[in-house]
Design a protein. Structure first.
Length: 439
């Protein structure tokens, strides 16, 4: 039994397929040829080159495509029709294209992932090494770290004890590897091993977790959201950059994780626009995005059922500029932080008093003080564990500064319609407590 890795270079760029063997090289090449032909036919074009390589790697796939196709001609025409008249929308579009993760960077990350797998495999021969997070969910840029999930069992590991033991074993294994320059074990809710590398990978940092399977599930989910509407990714790119420059995109300083910011954008596109730009994919496709699933079966190369999503295609006519202003307005003036919680899973706002009683993965509990305490400030439900992805925001002064940042940003952008004015902002001045969390 092995995993057959097939890399197909075609008109839509690099897409990785993984098949649990035993497949022969001949069968693999036949499959790859079929896939390539299908892609080329669907695009009604012929790739200038078609390179097919098959190598039997004992590496499990995340099941998600490694890059995303550029907008089609019809999509670009919509950009032309809807957004060219708006300088702000053009700025957002061009800014996103200038920072989005390149195919070359992604291929380098995948190569580094393979090197790490070969080093780890002797210690955990049956493991799978999954690329998760922004590198594969469609929201990455060229400076994004690479998050990896090491799966050594289909059962949950105790993250406080067992996962730490596993990561320490990996640390010892890589300690004398010449291309690894530095390692640090970070103890957090989900402990990670942060790995830095020597040239030629010195510009890539890896955060490795052990058996945090929810990271694979939410990568799979966000991948579909990122490709559902062409406006989603540019909007997320700008929001993340603004939050970073504003000093509110750092969980270690009691502010947002990038994951929380993405969920906030998706929620706004579900609930803050009329009509809604995005549905709840978990409600629309409950089997595809089931909570209890074997992560090895997740595969976003399978399209969503067209009949179910046809009514959502390009819902509304809002431009990128209008959506960005609307996003800031929603969290500055419309969202009730005292009463409401964000639920991308349900596609709506829910009562935070109800969600605070919710058990992880469903059910209710009344007396767990630790569980209730994480819902203190802003409440953003994790779509699979139902925990609060914004639990790192626990300091009231920082929380007030964050709300002020949204109000000021909305006021300025609504007046100037200038993206650079938004991005050239001063960071919040409050002294945030260190060590909020690392996720």
């Amino acid at each position: 039994m092995f995993v057959q890795r097939i890399e197909v270079q075609g008109v839509f760029g690099y897409i990785k397929f993984a098949n649990l063997g035993p497949y022969s090289s001949c069968e693999a090449e036949s499959f790859a040829s079929t896939v390539t032909s299908g892609l080329q036919s669907s695009a009604n074009t012929t790739a200038s080159t078609s390179v097919i390589t098959t190598t039997a790697f004992a590496v499990e796939s995340t099941g998600v495509p490694t890059t995303y196709p550029a907008p089609s001609t019809s999509q670009l025409s919509r950009v032309s029709e809807m957004d060219v008249v708006s300088d702000l929308s053009e700025e957002i579009w061009h800014y996103h294209n200038s920072i989005t993760q390149s195919e070359r960077m992604l291929n380098r990350k995948l190569h580094l992932r393979d090197l790490l797998y070969y080093s780890i495999c002797p210690v955990f021969p049956m493991c799978g090494l999954y690329v998760v997070g922004s590198s594969l969910n469609g929201f990455g840029n060229n400076t994004s770290d690479m998050d990896l999930c090491l799966m050594i069992t289909n059962k949950d590991l105790d993250q406080k004890t067992d996962a730490v033991v596993v990561l320490n074993m990996i640390l010892s294994t890589l300690q004398h590897t010449e291309w690894v320059s530095h390692q640090k074990l970070i103890l957090a809710k989900v402990p990670i091993l942060r790995i830095k590398f020597a040239a030629p990978f010195s510009d890539i940092t890896v955060d490795l977790n052990a058996n945090n399977s929810v990271a694979i599930k939410n990568t799979h989910l966000l991948c579909y959201y990122s490709s559902f509407d062409w406006r989603v990714r540019p909007l997320v790119s700008v929001v993340k950059e603004w939050a970073k420059r504003k000093g509110i995109n750092d969980a270690n300083r009691s502010s947002f994780t990038s994951y929380s910011l993405v969920l906030m954008v998706i929620h706004y596109l579900q609930c803050g626009t009329e009509p809604s730009v995005l549905p709840s994919l978990q409600q629309m496709f409950p089997r595809r995005f089931a909570n209890k699933c074997d992560v090895r079966t997740l595969n976003v190369t399978v399209p969503l059922e067209s009949s179910a999503i046809s009514e959502w295609q390009y819902a509304g006519k809002s431009t990128l500029g209008e959506l960005l202003i609307g996003f800031l307005d929603y969290y500055a003036n419309k969202f009730d932080y005292d009463r409401d919680a964000i639920s991308v899973r349900l596609g709506k706002r829910i009562d935070r008093a109800v969600i605070a009683r919710q058990r992880p993965n469903g059910g209710y509990q009344q007396n767990n003080t630790h569980w209730r305490s994480q819902w203190r400030c802003i409440c953003i439900e994790e779509p699979f564990t139902y925990s609060n992805t914004a639990h790192s925001i626990y300091d009231e002064m920082v929380f007030d500064a964050i709300k002020t940042a949204f109000r000021e940003a909305h006021k300025e952008l609504d007046a100037t319609r200038d993206l650079q004015c938004l991005l050239n902002c001063k960071p919040i001045s409050v002294n945030a407590p260190m060590g909020g969390c690392v996720e």
